[in-house]
Design a binder for this molecule. Structure first.
Ligand code: ZN
Length: 270
C-alpha cells in the first residue's frame, strides 16, 4: 500500500514538472545590438574621402582680394606652369623583333618633329637581322614597312646574284626641311620622320651598289637590282621617288608614307 502511494506521488510530481516545462520557453541567447553585429570582426582600412569634396573650399574673404601692398622692390613669384606629361607609343614591329631599334625622345623643332621617333639599326629579312646604316631616325610606320621591302630585295639577290644584303645604307631620314629642300613650299615628310632616302645596298659579295652609280645602266646587274628595289618599294610605301622622278632624286630612292588621294589609298611611284 505504501509502495503504491509512493508511486502515485512520484507520477504526480513528474506531471507537475512536465506542466511547468511546457509553459516556460527555453531562454535563447540575446541578439547582439544591430550596430555591433554590423561591425566586421577585423578592422578594415578607412577609405580615402572622395576627391570631390562635399563642402567647397572656403573662399578667400571678398574684401581686399589683392591684399596689402607689397613694400617697394618686392614681387610675388608667379606659379610655375605644370609641365605636360609626354606619352610615347611603343612600336609593334620593334616589340615583335622585326625591327632593331631604340626609342628616342620626342622631337620638337619649329613646325617639325614627331612624338615617338626610333633609331633603327636593323631589320629582319629572311631570318636574320640586316644592319641599317646611316643613323636612321624614323617613325614606327616607316620602320614597320622596311623589313618586308628589304626582304624582297634580299630574296631577289639570293635568287639572281647568289648573294645577300650585308647592309642597307640610308642618307637622310629625319630632317626639318621643305619638299625638295625648297626655301618655300610644303614641309617634307622627312620633317615628321616619316620618310627615308636609301642611297644603296652593301652586298655580301663585297659590292656596294649605289643609286648614284648603279642606276644609269638599266641592263647591268646593279641597274636591275636598283629598279627591282624601286618597283618593290611601291608595294610597301605610298610615295617612291627615284632618279626618273626628278633631278633631286638622282642619287637615292625616297620612300615615305604620305597620303595621296581622297582616301589616302593612291600611290605615287616615280
Ligand atoms: Zn627624301
Amino acid at each position: 500500500m505504501r509502495f503504491i502511494f509512493a508511486c502515485l506521488l512520484a507520477s504526480m510530481s513528474f506531471a507537475a514538472l512536465a506542466q511547468q516545462a511546457g509553459d516556460t520557453t527555453v531562454p535563447l541567447p540575446k541578439p547582439r545590438p544591430a550596430e555591433l553585429s554590423a561591425e566586421p570582426a577585423v578592422k578594415l582600412p578607412r577609405h580615402r574621402p572622395a576627391a570631390t569634396p562635399d563642402k567647397p573650399a572656403p573662399k578667400p574673404p571678398a574684401a581686399d582680394p589683392i591684399g596689402p601692398p607689397l613694400p617697394p622692390g618686392e614681387h610675388v613669384a608667379e606659379p610655375a606652369e605644370p609641365t605636360a606629361r609626354i606619352y610615347q607609343t611603343a612600336c609593334p614591329a620593334v616589340l615583335l623583333g622585326k625591327v632593331e631599334a631604340k626609342a628616342l625622345p620626342p622631337i620638337e623643332e619649329k613646325q617639325c618633329g614627331t612624338q615617338s621617333p626610333l633609331s633603327v639599326t636593323g631589320v629582319l629579312a629572311n631570318g636574320r637581322m640586316v644592319p641599317v646604316a646611316g643613323g636612321v631616325e624614323t617613325d614606327c610606320g616607316i620602320a614597320s614597312a622596311l623589313p618586308d621591302w628589304i626582304e624582297s630585295i634580299d630574296s631577289y639577290l639570293m635568287a639572281r646574284d647568289n648573294t645577300r644584303i650585308a647592309e642597307v645604307v640610308v642618307g637622310t631620314s629625319y630632317m626639318c626641311r621643305n619638299v625638295n629642300n625648297g626655301s618655300t613650299g610644303n614641309l617634307s615628310f622627312h620633317a615628321f620622320a616619316d620618310a627615308l632616302d636609301v642611297v644603296g645596298f652593301k652586298l655580301e659579295d663585297g659590292r656596294f651598289v649605289t643609286v648614284d652609280g648603279g642606276w644609269r645602266d638599266a641592263l647591268s646587274p646593279e641597274g636591275r637590282l636598283l629598279r627591282f628595289a624601286h618597283d618593290s618599294a611601291c608595294a610597301h610605301f605610298t610615295t617612291v621617288l627615284g632618279p626618273e622622278a626628278n633631278a633631286e632624286h638622282h642619287d637615292h630612292l625616297h620612300v615615305d608614307l604620305g597620303c595621296h588621294g581622297k582616301t589616302c589609298t593612291a600611290r605615287l611611284c616615280e
